[in-house]
Design a binder for this molecule. Sequence first.
Ligand SMILES: Nc1ncnc2c1ncn2[C@@H]1O[C@H](COP(=O)(O)OP(=O)(O)OP(=O)(O)O)[C@@H](O)[C@H]1O
Ligand SMILES: [Mg+2]
Length: 577
Amino acid sequence: MESRVDAPLRRNELPASDAPSVPRLTAGPLFVVFAPLLVLVAAAAILGVAAFTFGWHRVEMLVAAALAGVVAGTVAAYLLYRQVRQRQAASSALQSVTARVGDIVETAMDPIVAIDAKQRIVLFNPAAEKTFGWPRGAVIGQSVDKLLPERFRERHRAHVERFARTGETVRRMGGQTVLTGLRANGEEFPIEASISKHVEDGQQLLTVIFREVSDRVRAERLIARREARLSSILDSAMDAIITVDERQHVVIFNKAAEAMFGCSLNEALGAPLAWFIPERHREAHAEHVRKFGDTGVATRRMSGQRLVTGLRRNGKEFPIDASISQLEGPEGRCFTVVLRDVSERVRVEGELRHSKEELRKLGAAVNLAREQEQSRIARELHDELAQTLTALQMDVVWCKARVPENDATAAARHAKMEAMLKDAVAATRRIAAGLRPLMLDDLGLVPAVDWLVEGFTQRVGIPCELVVANNDLRLSGPQATAVFRIIQESLVNIGKHARASQVKISIARENGLLTIGVVDDGIGFSPQDPRKPDSYGLLGLRERASLLGGDVEIRSAPGRGTCVVVRFPVSTTQVPS
Ligand SMILES: Nc1ncnc2c1ncn2[C@@H]1O[C@H](COP(=O)(O)OP(=O)(O)OP(=O)(O)O)[C@@H](O)[C@H]1O
Ligand SMILES: [Mg+2]
């Protein structure tokens, strides 16, 4: 640190109260110095007087008196020498203290300003020069007002005068209040000040130590602004946000939380989180938060995919979707839960589930009605129309036999009628079978699927193998119909899309589960692609399986063929209806 001894403070710049006083020779020290001396001189005088008065041992007496005089002189010289040394030491100590105080004031980081009773500046250290932007020469002897914005001067003057009248030695100006200083360039800035009072040479001086707090105030303002922003973000959030400390007591409770739980911020702050949880869940919830704290994971959804239950202050429970996060802060760990009241979602989900169930039932009823209607039409076609046509066919044959041999036109007309009737019978049977193969009802599932497979191979020209693990499948009517339709749709799809060279169908009943597999080695497709707008085949497949309490698995990829697997449960007691 640079020594400032070469630039000593002017006399009225010294804070005089701290300067040590110069030692002076007062009655006490004088007595100590001269008392032994006086005793010796007195002893020498008594001895001298005795030697002359009584005449005995005159020479010895004189020698003794001379000796006492010499000793007294030596002691006096020594004492005087010591006194001079002490005064020199005291004076140099005073100088060094003065210099040190001056040094401290000069090199202080904080601005130090002393003012006299008229509030004129008498001391202005370099830090003050730097802070206020005034050179010392420009302010010494000037009013302290120079360092304050005009609007504060009156109040400040009154404050300083009041302080000068009180007996306090040191106190902080304005308590915790930050004052406003004025720089030479007119800029205002926040500053903290402590003031002390002392008297020097009968004159009262006030010394003010300032501390520039611009950075601190700026930081405080920043923090305050950040906190305000954070709290407005919290309050504008749609979700309830609650932060609890390690003891699970509420420290943050935003507006949405107030609305959600029907609890004001004032009431909630410091309250245990348990307030907002139904009693039966409290222990488990507290344990959950504790365990979460131990995992070290920063954030996660509470209770996995399940919803948690909240408790309003009016005692009503409601479903919540919650996620939790933890943060290690300066005041320990805290947990933040973000909560969303999902009452509405749960209600809508319930309605959706219900309406899906209704739809499924409706679908089942429609399917059944359609199957029954198709079956009825197929039977009518088969039993009524086809039989009548067959009878007509026989009549035509009878008529043909009775046509005169020379009537070639009639014979030709009859032959044509015969052929048309044959086609009509075949078409009727084909249409009836398309609507519903009667053999499904008459002979059972396996012969019906056999007929389906045969027809597919004939029509499309792709070899198809049917493997039935056990012939006695013991399926109910709707189950058998579903299996038939599933295989039918799968074969239609292979014919339409697969460009396969081989198909294999398997039906197996095992452990109360019926499994149908239709595998082709065709071009395949991506089952996860969105459904084409007018494609309902696979959708119907899933619908049928789900109506039977089962599911459908489609394994396929472009160029890898397709495997459709349908499974549904069949009870052992089930009897075909
Ligand atoms: N075996 C298969 N091989 C290749 N692609 C297939 C196969 N099965 C289905 N697909 C593909 O899946 C799509 C959906 O089939 P889906 O049966 O649902 O509808 P569709 O056959 O196009 O029309 P719909 O069955 O309603 O008459 C088909 O368009 C086809 O691209
Ligand atoms: Mg299809």
